[in-house]
Design a protein around this ligand. Structure first.
Ligand SMILES: *Cc1c(COP(=O)(O)O)cnc(C)c1O
Length: 380
C-alpha cells in the first residue's frame, strides 16, 4: 500500500528534494559548507520579509519556539500569549517553563484572535516585555491577523514573537514591515522538506531584548547563532541544508504568488468537498481560514478517530483530527507544500471510501466532484 501524508507537517517531500539530501556530506567548517550556507542564507530573508539574517538550526519547530522565549526574556518577565489553539497553549507552557508570567489572551478555538482584545490586555498589563502569537494555528486551521497585532506594538519595547511555522510561505508575511521581531519557521511545512530544520529571524528590537535578557541558553543562544553566522555553531544537519538549497530553488521557480494561489485553491477545493460530504467548516470566518489545512466537524454519527483509523489502515493515508476537546469530532486535511489537485483528489477519494466503509450515506464522488469543479473554476 502506498503511504500518503495529508498532515500539516510532516508533508510529502518531492523526489527532487529527497535526492538533494542524498548527496555526500561535507564538513561543517569547509569552504563547501560555507558556500552552501551563503546561498541558503541569501535565499531565506526575502521569504520572511526581512533585511536581517535568518538563522537555520537543527531542530523541530518547538525548539525555536523555546529558543525565542529563552533568548528574549528573563524569569519573572510578563508576556502576553495570544492563544486560540494547541500551539498557542504550547507557547504559554514554554513561557511558564522559563519562569515568565504569561497573561493569556484567549479566544475560542476556531475563531481568529481579536487585536482589540490584545490591545486591551496590553493596557491592563503595561509592563509586558513580549507578545507570543501563532500565525497559522495548525491545530484548528485559523489564521491570526499578526499584521494587526504587530501594529499595536510599534514604538514600544515589546518584542513580538510569531510562530509562523506552518503559515510562512503559504500566507504573506512581512517581518520588517509588520513589526514582527522574531519569526519562526520549520522545514517540514511549506518548505516541503523532511522535519529537522527550523528557522528564526531576529529584529533589532529583539536584539536589544536579547542583550538584556538574563536567562540561560547555550545551544539555543541567539548570540551564538549570530557569532557563528553564516556557518552554524555546531554540526548542522548537512543533508537537510543541502535539500533546503533545492527547496529554495523550487520555491523560486514556482514563485511565491503562484505558490500561494495554489494553496488558496486547494483550501477552497477541500472546504467545498467536505461541505458536500456533510461536514461543517470549523473556522466560520472565511478570511480567517488558513490555507495550510482544512478543518471540519464530522457529520452526525461519524467519529473522526475511527475515520482516521480507516483512512490509515485501509488506504494508507495519514491525516490528523482534533486535539483536546475536539478529539473524535474534527478532521484536518493537510494540503501544504508540494500538494497539487491530483494529490488532494486522491486524499478526498480515500475520505469518501472510508466514510462509506463506516456506513455514512452520501453520493459517491460528491466531494471529489466539488474539488474538480473548484479547480476548473480557478483555472478557466
Ligand atoms: C508544526 C508546528 C509547530 C512545531 O511542531 P514540531 O513538531 O515541533 O516541529 C509549531 N507551531 C505550529 C503552528 C505548527 O504548525
Amino acid at each position: 500500500m502506498r503511504l500518503r501524508l495529508a498532515t500539516p507537517g510532516p508533508t510529502e517531500v518531492p523526489q527532487r528534494l529527497l535526492l538533494a539530501g542524498a548527496r555526500e556530506i561535507v564538513h561543517h567548517r569547509s569552504p563547501q559548507m560555507e558556500a552552501l550556507f551563503d546561498r541558503v542564507n541569501a535565499g531565506l530573508p526575502p521569504l520572511f520579509g526581512t533585511e536581517g539574517p535568518v538563522y537555520t538550526v537543527a531542530s523541530s519547530g518547538t525548539g525555536v519556539m523555546e529558543a525565542a522565549v529563552a533568548n528574549c526574556f528573563s524569569p519573572g518577565d510578563e508576556v502576553l500569549v495570544v492563544s486560540n489553539g494547541y500551539f498557542g497553549e504550547r507557547f504559554r507552557d514554554i513561557a511558564a517553563a522559563y519562569g515568565l508570567v504569561p497573561h493569556v489572551v484567549e479566544s475560542g478555538w476556531g475563531t481568529g484572535a481579536d487585536p482589540k482584545r490584545v490591545a486591551a490586555a496590553h493596557a491592563a498589563h503595561p509592563g509586558v516585555k513580549g507578545v507570543l502569537v501563532v500565525y497559522s494555528e495548525t491545530s484548528t486551521g485559523v489564521l491570526n491577523d499578526v499584521a494587526a497585532i504587530g501594529d499595536l506594538f510599534r514604538g514600544t519595547d515589546v518584542v513580538v514573537v510569531v510562530d509562523a511555522i506552518s503559515g510562512l510561505l503559504v500566507h504573506p508575511l512581512e517581518a520588517d514591515a509588520w513589526g514582527l521581531d522574531v519569526v519562526l519557521a520549520a522545514s517540514h511545512k511549506g518548505f516541503m522538506l523532511p522535519p529537522g530544520l527550523a528557522f528564526v529571524s531576529v529584529s533589532d528590537r529583539a536584539w536589544w531584548a536579547v542583550e538584556k535578557a538574563s536567562g540561560p541558553s547555550y545551544y539555543w543562544s541567539f548570540d551564538r547563532l549570530r557569532r557563528f553566522h553564516p556557518l552554524s555553531s555546531s554540526s548542522p544537519a548537512v543533508s537537510l541544508v543541502q535539500a533546503l538549497e533545492e527547496s529554495l530553488a523550487m520555491l523560486a521557480e514556482e514563485g511565491l504568488p503562484a505558490f500561494r494561489e495554489r494553496h488558496a485553491v486547494l483550501a477552497r477545493a477541500a472546504g467545498r468537498a467536505l461541505d458536500a460530504l456533510g461536514f461543517t467548516p470549523f473556522v466560520r470566518e472565511p478570511h480567517r481560514r488558513s490555507h495550510v489545512i482544512t478543518s471540519a466537524l464530522a457529520p452526525e454519527g461519524i467519529d473522526t478517530t475511527r475515520l482516521l483509523r480507516v483512512l490509515s489502515e485501509s488506504y494508507g493515508v495519514s491525516m490528523t483530527g482534533g486535539q483536546a476537546h475536539l478529539k473524535g469530532r474534527l478532521i484536518r486535511v493537510g494540503h501544504v507544500g508540494a500538494v497539487d489537485i491530483l494529490d488532494l483528489s486522491a486524499i478526498l477519494t480515500a475520505v469518501e471510501l472510508s466514510l462509506a466503509d463506516l456506513g455514512h450515506r452520501f453520493t459517491p464522488g460528491a466531494g471529489v466532484g466539488e474539488a474538480v469543479r473548484t479547480y476548473r473554476e480557478a483555472h478557466s
